[in-house]
Design a protein around this ligand. Structure first.
Ligand code: ADP
Ligand code: MG
Length: 729
């Protein structure tokens, strides 16, 4: 195995040893945060935007000036990081100085994660993937492929198994970018021995940098499928490329290590406007950056020092990368920013976010003897197959011997007895054939075994094959030099930062001075610096408070919208959903903690008898009911053959009416009613025509002489029966 190079030592040096065990010292190590500022693009140059960002790589400092401030003004915001890269930095510099040490650690069995964070269009994808066309502008991912396979090629006496997966998180849904079916969504699961993983995620064994690069291209192509607007999609989704490297010494089944490398191109960190959206749109908008805000919350909780609960479970991203934040992983965050004035707010937000992440402490640990190591399974299987093959070889030899013996026997008997020759010959022939057949079958089986061993062995990679190419002294020396330069640069930056810190703090104030004037000068200078720093801090405090207030207002607004939505839903439920339906639904619904959503249980099987459908009967052409079968057996013809197959009865709903029941009447009223309805016998009505005529005449007379009306009304009308009261007086 290769000796740890300079950079690996760097990792160890930067760590502060906490405790040591027999196998590996567990040290805490902070997340390494670097900032990269991209150059102004053509559009920005054409519109002559001013540059508000200053990057000073030698001091590890980024300065941001307010667009309204004078370029010469002293009021700049200063941020310090492990390393900073300006617009002229190359992909190689970033890889050699920052990323190589981490990938080397992964090749030693550590977990490693690289995040690219920042606003859309600031160079996250450029940093991670880079340009395909230009070899010099390859990003972190292709460079790490090359690094890994070069390392394996150079190693001696080691066996490796490299696997890769590629996934995407979009609106809190996981897509496997290497799966042929892109409509599938995958779930996160957790096991005590392996931690959080994506269930059924495809992994491909890779044997070379070209192969793994091809895999990445396939994934990237799949990423574009189904996305109507690729720019928008990639700025709202997180892409994670996972590489697992298992390693072990050849011939030693124990002592397997596994390193995992997560390469993460995060969604754009810009603020998503949620105002004005409602319903589905609101839900969508709240999901878009859920993973990113959860990441921010996890970082805050980790660096806070007081919070005991770290909200990893709030999003898919933070759950999946739990180990990379405050866990056992080595982590790098590349914060990407843009230089132009119109990006001022977002740039500041990114720098503040990155600044906080610097304080996350991890405890990197080598993963030794993992239970699920595929390498060991392969090694063991090869061992078993070899043993089987050896046994097969033994029996085959024995069989060949016996075949030869039989032939000899046949020859002997040939000469001994001519009479029995015919019969003996026949048995010998069949025996020979049988053995030959067996031999052929076993040979075939052995070949299959050899092929399987070859298959398994081809998946595992051993070093030393192309030692001549790779141990090319010049190349090695070059890499060594580059590593040394990177290390020196890193130390210089560290020293510079320490010096500046000391200058600002009052360390050294009690120096002795030759003259009073000199003392006054030095002290006034220091005081001025301290004062400037104080002002800057005050300003920062103000900015952060106003940012905080803005975020709070946004959240309140969002909460208000959600409350409105909730009230509407309540209104509908309370007024339009029958009470019993609501109770039924409530009894079936439960909260799935794992998925963090409400789930509906299947309804209990109904107590109402389900009518049994006729089943298929052997020999019959279609399902036949019991009745029809008996009828058929009794010779009643085929009339009932199809009977009861279709159930044409109406499925009557439950009755909602009652039969009419007459009213109950009190006995006194009943008696009165009976009295009233008693038969009266016939009533004579005299309707003779004279009377009618008289009346007509009288009516016309009345019209002429209205005064005589009262007189005429007094005349009793004998034709009608007398009125009778219903209630006796
Ligand atoms: P993001 O993934 O953050 O949305 P991109 O990586 O797509 O941003 O970058 C946006 C554009 O800026 C691309 O055209 C890319 O080539 C260019 N770019 C970004 N960073 C650099 C850089 N350091 N040097 C040169 N060009 C860059
Ligand atoms: Mg991108």
């Amino acid at each position: 195995m290769e000796k740890p190079d300079n950079q690996q030592r760097t990792w160890k040096k930067k760590s502060t040893m906490k405790s040591s065990s027999n196998t590996e010292a567990i040290a805490t190590q902070c997340v390494k945060v670097v900032v990269r500022c991209r150059p102004m693009d053509e559009r920005e140059i054409a519109r002559s935007y001013s540059r508000v960002v200053d990057v000073i790589p030698s001091r590890g400092v980024v300065e941001v000036r307010h667009p309204r401030d004078d370029p010469s003004s002293e009021t700049v915001k200063v941020f310090t990081f492990d390393a900073v890269y300006d617009w002229s930095s190359t992909q190689q510099e970033l890889y050699e100085e920052t990323v190589r040490p981490l990938v080397s650690s992964v090749l030693d069995g550590f977990n490693g994660t690289i995040f690219a964070y920042g606003q859309t269009g600031t160079g996250k994808t450029y940093t991670m993937e880079g340009s395909k066309a230009d070899h010099e502008r390859r990003g972190v991912i292709p460079r790490s492929f090359e690094h890994i396979f070069n390392h394996i090629g150079r190693s001696e006496n080691m066996q490796y198994l490299v696997r890769a997966s590629y996934l995407e998180i979009y609106q809190e849904e996981i897509r496997d970018l290497l799966h042929p079916d892109q409509s599938l969504r995958f779930e996160l699961k957790e096991k005590p021995d392996i931690g959080v993983y994506v269930k059924d995620l495809s992994t491909a064994v890779c044997k070379s940098a070209t192969e793994i690069q091809h895999l990445m291209n396939v994934g990237n192509q799949n990423r574009t499928i189904g996305a109507t607007n690729m720019n928008e999609h990639s700025s709202r989704s997180h892409a994670i490329f996972l590489i697992t490297i298992e390693m072990g010494t050849i011939g030693d089944c124990g002592g397997i290590r596994v390193g995992r490398l997560n390469l993460v191109d995060l969604a754009g960190s810009e603020r998503q406007s949620k105002t004005g959206s409602s319903g589905e749109r609101l839900k969508e908008a709240s999901k878009i950056n859920l993973s990113l805000s959860a990441l921010g919350n996890v970082i805050s909780a980790l660096v806070d020092g007081k919070t005991t609960h770290v909200p990893y479970r709030d999003s898919k991203l933070t759950r999946l990368l739990q180990d990379s934040l405050g866990g056992n992983s080595k982590t790098i965050m590349v914060a990407n920013i843009g230089p132009a004035s119109y990006n001022y707010d977002e740039t500041l937000t990114t720098l503040r976010y990155a600044s906080r992440a610097k304080n996350i402490k991890n405890k990197p640990r080598i993963n030794e003897d993992p239970k699920d190591a595929l390498l060991r399974q392969y090694q063991e299987e090869i061992g078993r197959l070899r043993e089987k093959l050896a046994q097969k070889g033994g029996t085959q030899r024995r069989k060949k011997k016996s075949k030869r013996k039989k032939e000899d026997d046949a020859m002997d008997s040939d000469s001994e007895d001519d009479n029995s020759r015919g019969e003996d010959n026949k048995t010998a022939e069949t025996d020979k054939k049988l053995i030959a057949e067996q031999l052929r079958a076993e040979k075939q089986e052995a070949e299959t075994l050899v092929q399987r061993i070859k298959d398994l062995e081809s998946k595992m990679l051993c070093g030393g094959k192309n030692i001549i190419d790779h141990t090319n002294e010049q190349q090695r020396a070059l890499e060594q030099k580059a590593a040394e330069i990177a290390e020196r640069k890193r130390r210089e930056v560290e020293m510079q930062q320490k010096l500046e810190d000391e200058e600002v703090t009052m360390v050294g104030v009690r120096e002795t001075y030759t003259t009073l004037q000199q003392e006054v000068d030095v002290k006034s200078r220091k005081l001025r610096k301290c004062f400037t720093k104080l002002q800057a801090l005050k300003q920062e405090l103000e900015d952060v408070t106003s940012d905080y207030n803005r975020d709070r207002r946004d959240l309140e607004q969002e909460q208000h919208e959600l409350m409105k939505e909730l009230k509407l839903k309540y209104l509908i439920i309370e007024n339009f959903i029958p009470e019993e339906e609501k109770t039924k639904i409530l009894s079936r619904i439960h909260l799935d903690e794992e998925e963090d959503c409400w789930m509906m249980k299947d309804p209990e099987p109904s107590s109402v008898d389900v009518i049994k459908r006729p089943t298929s009967v052997p020999g019959a052409r279609r399902p036949v009911s019991e009745y029809a079968r008996i009828a058929l057996a009794m010779g009643r013809g085929c009339r009932y053959a199809g009977d009861n197959i279709l159930n044409l009865d109406l499925d009557m709903p439950a009755r909602t009416t009652l039969d009419y029941q007459g009213p109950v009447i009190a006995p006194t009223i009943q008696a009165v009613l009976e009295e009233a309805l008693r038969d009266e016998g016939d009533i004579d009505v005299d309707a003779s025509s004279t009377r009618l005529r008289t009346r007509t005449r009288m009516q016309s007379a009345a019209r002429v002489r209205p005064k005589s009306v009262t007189k005429m009304q007094q005349i009793p009308a004998p034709v009608y029966p007398k009125t009778r009261g219903l209630v006796p007086k």
